[in-house]
Design a protein around this ligand. Structure first.
Ligand code: ARG
Length: 575
């Protein structure tokens, strides 16, 4: 175990058991960072009532019972009954060195490993792919990477919107415009405009509307020509999605596509099973589940519509089926739905209904990882100046262009500049999405996300390349720098202590699905390194200090590289 907070928690817990009896051995020792020591335990204050002794008394008993000579330099009572814990420098140094030689850099795997289904990205083939999808894509990809690193079996599910009645009108519009030109437009990312044209025609032209309506049952009934056109439509749209994923360096591939249409053949069975279980009932011609605790206006129970009165299936039918499939067929232990916060009610109802059906049990969890809205400078939903929704690939191109301006004064060759700008631009966009808590809204602002100072992607990229250049300058290989770590200066101590928290942070991101914790951690790490570097010479120092400082530098580099890798933020060669 590397994280001092966890090590201390274990020791204090043992002391609780031996001082107060086994019933206290699993009390939370409440270890927190401290102003006057490295950490403090606050447990004496909360325990005092239970054991009817004064908090200081409890603290004293605890101090007497803690066995941690090997970990702590001092253990002292302060204030009303806090137990201040100061780590030994040699403990910090030894563990930092162990972390450096550990191939996992202190990240301990989940035991037992879990099967984690991550539902993310999920743009719609016939509506807009907007910045909201960019954010679900980036956050979901980070969670998938983190669980993989923790040793879990990760199954990515890109639940794209590739089915629904709107395809009637889209196919008819395609036929009007011609197959070839339509498909070219879709692949270029003009799906939105195409959809809007079809919609306008549908509203204005009754003949077109009628044709569109007639196309729907044809498609749903499996008419080969309708299916062929639909498939083309999807294929070209997916090409565009893939282009955006490629630009972003997202790990999704075609193998992860599990769109709404995938569930078509299972929907009848979903309805039948829900009816058989008595979970779904007919209401005004529609098959509905009324999960307990959900009420709408006038306290009326809120229905989850499984089959519409016209016999059609909708978003809820597919999602109910997806839950069942993920639990039964994919054997999910944990399902993460990385989807816009505005769908919170939908998922609450889906999960409640799935629990009623016995598809979701305590053996598997389903969590909606709510993604907050991305806003424009005006504080409203992000759009282009002309008010249309933004084409994502164009937005990403703009990020690269602006990144190129940020590094304009650097003396790189043309080819390098282009490559570096790409890396910096994507890093900036991705880090901006990840560094705020996933459920809060934030303003999409190129200037801020591309800033070279502060809590930004480019700052962390720069910090990492600067550390690499220390090794380059010294003609040294970071892999070789692992002989010894000794703590001298307080900035060395603070840096080493910070580095020891890496594994625990990654685990926390896995548990809480909150990538912003890793961002904050990496930012603090880069800052701790800067403080160290300003105070301590690294290259021009005599041994053994040289080796020790190089080892700390190598560990910092490893943590930053691995951490940024988990975020999916690329690192440029130079910057
Ligand atoms: N396509 C949906 C949208 O754009 C998101 C799908 C999320 N996943 C799910 N299982 N419903 O809003």
């Amino acid at each position: 175990m590397f994280d001092p907070q966890l090590v201390l928690a274990e020791r204090v817990q043992q002391a609780l058991g031996s001082a107060f009896g086994s019933e206290y051995a699993d009390a939370d020792p409440l270890i927190r960072p401290s102003q006057f020591a490295d950490y403090q335990s606050n447990v004496a204050l909360s325990l005092a009532k239970r054991v009817r002794r004064s908090p200081r008394d409890v603290a004293q008993a605890l101090v007497d019972a803690i066995k941690a000579e090997d970990v702590c330099a001092s253990i002292e009572i302060s204030g009303p009954g806090f137990v201040n814990l100061t780590l030994r420098d040699d403990w910090i140094a030894a563990h930092a060195l162990r972390q450096l030689t550990d191939p996992e850099l202190g990240i301990e795997p989940n035991t037992p490993a879990e099967t984690v289904v991550v539902d993310y990205s999920a743009p719609n083939a016939a509506k807009e792919m907007h910045v909201g999808h960019l954010r679900t894509t980036i956050v979901g990809d980070c969670l998938a990477r983190v669980h993989e690193r923790l040793g879990d079996r990760v199954i990515r599910q890109n639940h794209i919107g590739d089915w629904g009645t709107q395809f009637g009108m889209l196919i008819e519009h395609l036929l009007d415009l011609g197959e070839k030109s339509t498909l070219a437009r879709l692949a270029a990312g003009e799906g939105n405009a195409f959809y809007q044209e079809a919609r306008a025609k549908f509203d204005a032209d009754p003949v077109f509307a009628e044709r569109s309506r007639r196309r729907v049952p044809l498609l749903q009934g499996g008419d080969p020509e309708s299916l062929r056109l639909w498939q083309k439509f999807i294929d070209e749209t997916v090409k565009y999605f893939n282009r955006v994923y490629g630009q972003l360096g997202v790990t999704l591939t075609d193998a992860d596509l599990a769109g709404e249409s995938m569930y078509n053949a299972m929907l009848d069975e979903t309805c039948a099973e829900l009816e058989r279980l008595g979970v779904a009932t007919m209401s005004e011609g529609a098959l509905c589940v009324f999960p307990p605790g959900f009420t709408g206006r006038d306290d009326q129970p809120l229905p989850l519509i499984i089959r519409k009165s016209d016999g059609g299936y909708g978003y809820a039918t597919t999602d109910m089926t997806a839950v069942r499939y993920r639990v039964r067929d994919l054997k999910a232990d944990r399902m993460l739905y990385v989807v816009g916060a505005d769908q919170a009610l939908h998922f609450q109802m889906i999960f409640a209904a799935a629990r009623q059906a016995g598809w979701l049990t305590d053996a598997a969890s389903a969590e909606h990882i709510k993604i907050g809205m991305v806003l424009g400078a005006d504080g409203r939903k992000f759009r282009t100046r002309s008010g249309e929704s933004v084409q994502l690939s164009a937005l990403l191109d703009e990020a690269v262009e602006r990144a190129s301006a940020v590094i304009a004064d650097r003396d790189f060759g043309e080819a390098d500049r282009e490559k570096i700008a790409r890396t910096v631009g994507m890093g900036a966009v991705k880090y901006a999405d990840l560094s705020v808590s996933h459920d809060s809204e934030y303003v999409f602002d190129f200037d801020r996300m591309l800033a070279l100072t502060g809590d930004t992607g480019p700052y962390l990229q720069y910090a990492t390349t600067r550390i690499r250049s220390i090794f380059r300058k010294g003609g040294l290989d970071p892999e070789q720098a692992r002989g010894t770590i000794e703590i001298g200066d307080p900035t060395e101590r603070a840096l080493a202590l910070q580095l020891l928290g890496f594994g625990a942070t990654v685990r926390q991101v896995g548990e809480t699905s909150e990538p912003h914790r890793l961002c904050a951690y990496l930012y603090e790490t880069a800052s701790a390194y800067t403080a160290f570097y300003e105070k301590c010479q690294v290259l021009n120092t005599p041994e053994p200090v040289l080796s020790s400082r190089l080892a700390l530098t190598a560990l910092t580099l490893g943590v930053l590289e691995t951490g940024l890798g988990l975020l999916g933020v690329p690192i440029p060669e130079r910057m």
